[in-house]
Design a protein around this ligand. Sequence first.
Ligand code: PGA
Length: 254
Amino acid sequence: MKKLIVGNWKLNPTNLAEAKKIQTKIRQKVTGLRNVKVVICPPTAYLSALSLGRSNSIFSLGAQEVFWKEAGPYTGQTSPLILKDLNVSFVIIGHSEQRDLGENDEQINLKLRVVLDYGLRPILCVGEKERDDSGYYLAQIKRQLEDGLEKVSKKMVKQLVIAYEPVWAIGQDQRKAETPTSFLQHALFIRKTLSSLFGPAEAQKIPILYGGSVTIKNAEGFLTQGQADGLLVGRESLIIPNFVALAKLANQIK
Ligand code: PGA
């Protein structure tokens, strides 16, 4: 499967001109890459201005949020229909920064299902806040997967993307990121959990990305040794040459 390189811009940049510049440059520079899919997820307020018409096979637009109702008296929310209308293809769901603001697994599940219903691809983020030596935290990851994916039918599985982002590894110096070997172990655990939900053949089809302080220096390890199906990139996704280099790197790895 094509590697997925997803840029989560979070709440950056703070003006549209800059957002357009970053998007245009990245798009120009990744054109022609065949083995990678590049997704940028800007702040919601920019989605309309950055909408691409139809997304192509290399470059797509993602959202950082969605609400589970299509329309009505829901002040401040983002409808899945609006996202679809703007040709958004992916939606980040369950990011730890949203969970920290109070989003719970039930809400995450509602968002994920509405995204699937409208044919968009959710990127479900899971990951522990802290690790303990006895491995109790694995139960937390399992629960996030089981609750987030509740009532998702097998036929929707091909739309799913999982991002494993240990919370302690996000926004850190890259030396504090996860290691490729440990990522691989956790990805296997996630795959096993997905397998018990959807069966081994279906679970195999779900890309599992690594996220948390990805840089051009540590990315290769995650993609080769760690066998990651892609990367969810925060800060480095706003630095044009670095993000382009990540996409080119992923393009070379089979
Ligand atoms: P970071 O963010 O790459 O800046 O650590 C990753 C994320 O939160 O998705």
